[in-house]
Design a protein around this ligand. Structure first.
Ligand SMILES: Cc1cc2nc3c(=O)[nH]c(=O)nc-3n(C[C@H](O)[C@H](O)[C@H](O)COP(=O)(O)OP(=O)(O)OC[C@H]3O[C@@H](n4cnc5c(N)ncnc54)[C@H](O)[C@@H]3O)c2cc1C
Length: 391
């Protein structure tokens, strides 16, 4: 694939690799390579190091810590980070609320929040989805009623990723119930320590607690914490979701899992059917990577902020390949993959899992999410049918 990169871009990728492998502790990267989840402290300290070197928020405006890079360089920055097993910066900070505040927030809001968002002094959570508002997000019911200099917020969010770590949450709330549904929504920044905010964990089949329900009961939020204008929240939400673009293809994640399959597969990989699946996975991943590069090359020539429906193809295919890779790793490990919990006995006749395989089955379960979040795959197919195939 490197063949497609210019000499300068290859040198850029090499510089990133050199930084990640020399500045981010080897002990942390080895834990990540073994499949362990980073702790809150791991993520925060890594983001601080990246930010100190201008590498946490390269896609932000330069005056707020961004870099004047091409889309391809931003891609290489992220891919090399994954391949070096460096914990990613907090996506809610860097890819979601940061760019929204930089684009639509008042100067006061920018100064108050952007530096702390880049340095991970604040951990943000995303309060969009509700029990009856996921794909149809504009049906959301959480209300914010103006009361003097503040809003009173009541309602419930769900699937809130890592809300147990959250300091602040950017919430979509209904401020005008009489308006047509997209038109009555605002975006509010809420301190999660405010009285009336409660976080309840959702326990997942992989044994972890990655998502939560968040409840708001008469939570008082200063009017100053409104992003942009009242009832314009849908515009900001669309901008935020549009920024995800190519990032959900997850090429780096698929490649690291393929590497794991090859390292741990052993004699199982002599099986022609498993080999064929592995070969197809590698070919399709290479094709996906080329498509990501093609979309990025085109992005550079589009006016900034223009939605590119091709990113739906990348999200769709990327999530399918992530799931295929996680499934293949479980298959090559066989029944031994069941021994992922410390209290589970390895079935008779099977050696204990080699180091690095303990997360195979939990990750298989966990990556089912890839076809749901950031717009489910059915929704992506709808976009492709309409915007690309013109059906
Ligand atoms: C692991 C994980 C983390 C998440 N983190 C967050 C977070 O931090 N913050 C946040 O706000 N949200 C988060 N979400 C929520 C996520 O955005 C929603 O789950 C997603 O938008 C789907 O909504 P839903 O779960 O309500 O399903 P629904 O929208 O009810 O969909 C149910 C089924 O119907 C299908 N469907 C729905 N509409 C259509 C359509 N128009 N055409 C065809 N099929 C359709 C869907 O594909 C799906 O199969 C997370 C979700 C997951 C799984």
């Amino acid at each position: 694939m490197d063949l497609a990169l210019s000499k300068e871009d290859r040198a850029f990728a090499e510089r990133m690799r050199e930084f990640y492998t020399s500045e981010i502790p080897a002990e942390l990267r080895e834990r990540m390579a073994r499949g362990e989840h980073p702790t809150r402290e791991d993520v925060v300290s890594t983001q601080r190091t990246l930010n100190d070197h201008g590498l946490a928020v390269p896609h932000w405006p330069v005056e707020w810590g961004g870099q004047d890079w091409t889309p391809l360089q931003r891609h290489l920055w992220a891919e090399e980070m994954t391949l070096a097993h460096v914990p990613s910066p907090i996506v809610f900070n860097t890819a979601m609320i940061g760019p929204v505040i930089a684009q639509f927030g008042s100067q006061e809001l920018k100064e108050r929040f952007l530096p702390k968002t880049a340095s991970a002094e604040i951990w943000w959570s995303q309060g969009f989805s509700e029990p009856n508002a996921g794909s149809d997000l504009a049906s959301l019911k959480t209300t914010a009623v103006r009361d003097g200099d503040s809003y009173l917020v009541n309602g419930q969010k769900t699937w809130t990723t890592l809300a147990q770590y959250g300091d602040w949450i950017f919430n979509l709330v209904r401020t005008d119930p009489s308006a047509q549904k997209q038109r009555g929504i605002s975006m509010l920044l809420i301190d999660m320590k405010s009285p009336g905010v409660a976080v309840r964990p959702i326990h997942l089949i992989d044994g972890g607690v990655e998502v939560n329900e968040v409840f708001f009961e008469d939570v008082r939020v200063p009017v100053d914490n409104l992003v942009g204008e009242e009832n314009k929240g849908w515009t900001y939400a669309k901008f935020l979701l549009g920024n995800e673009r190519t990032s959900n293809a997850g090429v780096g994640m698929i490649k690291t899992r393929i590497g794991r399959i090859k390292r741990l597969g052993g004699a199982h990989l002599d099986d022609p059917l498993l080999r064929a699946r592995l070969t197809r996975l590698e070919i399709e991943t290479t094709a996906l990577e080329m498509s990501v590069l093609r979309v990025l090359a085109r992005e550079a020539s589009l006016p900034k902020g223009t939605p590119d429906p091709t990113s739906s193809v990348l999200k769709l295919k990327g999530s399918e390949l992530q799931q295929d890779a996680s499934e293949l790793l479980v298959d090559v490990l066989g029944p031994a993959a069941l021994a992922y919990r410390e209290d589970t006995e390895v079935p008779d006749g099977f050696a204990p899992l080699p180091e690095g395989a303990v997360d195979a089955l939990p990750t298989y379960f966990n990556w089912r999410k890839a076809s749901i979040y950031a717009g489910s795959n059915e929704v992506q197919r709808g976009i492709i049918a309409k915007a690309i195939l013109k059906l």
